[in-house]
Write a protein that binds this ligand. Sequence first.
Ligand code: NAD
Ligand code: TYD
Length: 351
Amino acid sequence: MILVTGGAGFIGANFVLDWIAHEGTPAVNLDKLTYAGNLANLASLQGDARHIFVKGDINDRALVAGLLKQHQPRAIVHFAAESHVDRSIHGPGEFVQTNVVGTFSLLEEARAYWSGLAETEKAKFRFLHVSTDEVYGSLGDSDPAFSETTPYAPNSPYAASKAGSDHLVRAWHHTYGLPVITTNCSNNYGPLQFPEKLIPLMILNALAGKPLPVYGDGKNVRDWLYVGDHCAGIRAALARGKPGETYNIGGNSEKTNLEVVHAVCAILDELHPAGAPHAKLITFVEDRAGHDWRYAINAEKIKRELGWEPTKTFAAGLRETVQWYLSNAEWIRNVTSGDYRKWVDLNYGKR
Ligand code: NAD
Ligand code: TYD
């Protein structure tokens, strides 16, 4: 048994599906079901006793304590977070509440539970904290990629809140001996991603014939990681990672935003032609405040020590992703209702 937090979101849901497919052992999934959480992501597990869903907040300490006592998990895999940089610019409070205070609450309950375990279970227990490369700040074009020893320099409220959570996790190991592992990954993409993030937003806007809003000059660079590869990396860290260590997980796939958007358009031109090329919809809009220039991950440590490396090329992963959105119109309809439209107006209305 493992306890997953945030398992109804994009990466968490992919992880729960991946975990049950590969490990076959049960997972308790604690998720608050914010705008980003969606039980439809887990529809294929309906009726499967290996998935136990609990709606609740990681800040609800009595609930977390009760779940740990009841299910006696051998690991906690912590995804729950507010995860979108643009939302953190409009409203940073929730980011501090969930990412910093929520991680603190979870660490405290994990520590209380772990302290009471028998020695053999105690030695095997893991608290795996899923974090981001954004804690390292921004790179120039010729800087070396982020490694595990790159100093923290978060720039957005989102990145600062994740950096805060990473520091708490580190301190709970150093001070109390809690067997933690932190993974810092690059930008994920794949099925089930909420269409506020670059790739699904561009797919959905292009399908609707709406403008494709590229921030600034579109030359910012991200390192794209297919979500299935990320899930395999987390499983490797859980199975073979050393407590107290951090592992960077990246896709070895640096692209400018404009390259990504053009690639989405080219796939749609082929799979879903619209008369005119979809790239005609590209519109340059006002840049994001404090927009980090470049992220890139050096994933040598996890390759060397745990034998993990990404397997999906960006071309193959993006094609599968576009195909997934083309085949899941019902899922799209469900997530693009009232609240989503409010967000689109807030973020893009005045750009
Ligand atoms: P997401 O926004 O799609 O999902 C977050 C999930 O957490 C949702 O299901 C939401 O309901 C849940 N949640 C939010 N607040 C909660 C709370 N207080 N209690 C319980 N559940 C709560 O996010 P994602 O893209 O799947 O990201 C998962 C994790 O991976 C996050 O920690 C994020 O910082 C990290 N990460 C994401 C990316 C990326 O590219 N998406 C990259 C690096 C790191
Ligand atoms: P995003 O998917 O929000 O991830 P992050 O900010 O965590 O890297 O954005 C990826 C890149 O795409 C980032 O440089 C901002 C840019 N972007 C746009 O140009 N237009 C958009 O509408 C969005 C959402 C992002």
